[in-house]
Write a protein that binds this ligand. Structure first.
Ligand code: SF4
Ligand SMILES: [Zn+2]
Length: 345
């Protein structure tokens, strides 16, 4: 939709990058993840690049990653300096995730030369490396080149599909690619035995809570035989985005954690053989997925536990009185023409 794309662009018009140091990565840390069905420490690095090329054109309606980007080209030397700074704290973790606030396979963000240097270094120690990319950068030639570095180790590419519904992806998210583009990228990865992680959004803007639950579940049904991992991302309110505009005008509420649990339970039933997880940025906060102050922590802890252990029984012990409000919202929002979206804060 042209208007949405113009609006996404407009919201970035006066944006000036907060951090201008091209030699500093955005962040790096260690966290728990799964490797060969075991829980291990994974090292995560986020490099500061010029930013996602799509965000520089207009960008997705919920994405504020560009707030961490620098909007000018970052030299190869500076990117390597960022990588080396992060690697000073690397503790030989066998699983490394290296991200940008865009696509690791976009030559405008990371040149083939830098990509090769980074991956060669990481695969000296790591058994598995994970990156993220939009589907248009996943080409047969590029993957063939990478295979020379990866060898027999595990390489995972995450694609932000968000939903299998082209209408929602295009008209509500301004994502700029189709389900078929995702399927094409997935088949290239399959051919080269590269693992695919698919990000699915919970609570895209302009959908009710109920529509969002249905959309996430429909998406799982459509991708369960295509992807190796499904990672759900409940929207959190990031600055200078369409979602933050709607939220400021009381036209958007981030997902309830009850909805997240519903989606996880149902997804595991539908796609039991694949890894289903959910990382909740800003969870328990009014700008992120939340229930009420009494139960947020317990729900978040249980969702994190499920993401590692894959056992839906962990959800059985959860309960809170605020569930009534969530059920009311599911019942009433269809008749509220959007005005109930913020009814319970
Ligand atoms: S969600 Fe991904 S593709 Fe969309 S603007 Fe953000 S980084 Fe770019
Ligand atoms: Zn509660």
């Amino acid at each position: 939709m042209k208007e949405l794309s113009e609006f996404c662009k407009e919201l970035k018009k006066d944006f000036t990058p907060r951090i201008k140091d091209t030699k500093k990565p955005v962040s790096f840390w260690s966290e728990k993840d799964i490797l060969n069905k075991k829980i291990v420490d994974a090292f995560v690095i986020i490099l500061r690049t010029r930013g996602c090329s799509w965000a520089l054109k207009s960008g997705c309606s919920m994405c504020g990653y560009f707030n961490d980007s620098i909007f000018i080209d970052v030299s190869d030397n500076d990117l390597i300096t960022q990588f080396e700074k992060a690697m000073d704290k690397y503790n030989n973790q066998r699983f490394v995730k290296i991200f940008t606030s865009g696509s690791f396979l976009d030559d405008k963000e990371i040149t083939p030369n830098v990509r090769k240097k980074i991956l060669t270094k990481l695969f000296e120690t790591a058994e598995k490396v994970s990156i993220e990319s939009r589907p248009e950068y996943i080409t047969d030639n590029k993957i063939k080149e990478l295979k020379k570095i990866i060898g027999t180790k595990t390489f995972e590419i995450g694609i932000g599909l968000e939903t299998a519904d082209d209408n929602i992806r295009q008209n509500f998210l301004n994502k700029g690619f189709k389900f078929n583009d995702y399927k094409k990228a997935a088949s290239i990865l399959k051919k080269h035995k590269i693992s695919l992680k698919t990000y699915v959004l919970i609570k895209p803007p302009f959908l009710t809570e109920k529509e969002s639950i249905d959309d996430a579940i429909k998406t799982v049904k459509k991708i369960k035989n295509i992807t190796n991992v499904i990672s759900f991302n409940p929207v959190n309110i990031q600055k200078n985005t369409v979602v933050s505009y709607l939220w400021n005008h009381k036209k958007y509420r981030p997902a309830w954690l009850f909805s997240v649990v519903e989606i996880l339970k149902e997804s595991k039933k539908i796609a039991g053989n694949i890894h289903i997880k959910c990382d909740i940025s800003g969870g328990g906060n009014i700008r992120g997925a939340h229930n009420c102050k009494t139960c947020d922590k317990e729900y978040l802890k249980t969702i994190a536990d499920f993401s590692l252990n894959q056992d839906i029984n962990v959800f059985k012990k959860l309960k809170c009185n605020c569930k009534e409000m969530w059920l009311d919202q599911l019942d009433l929002e269809d008749t509220g023409f959007g005005s109930l979206i913020n009814m319970y804060g």
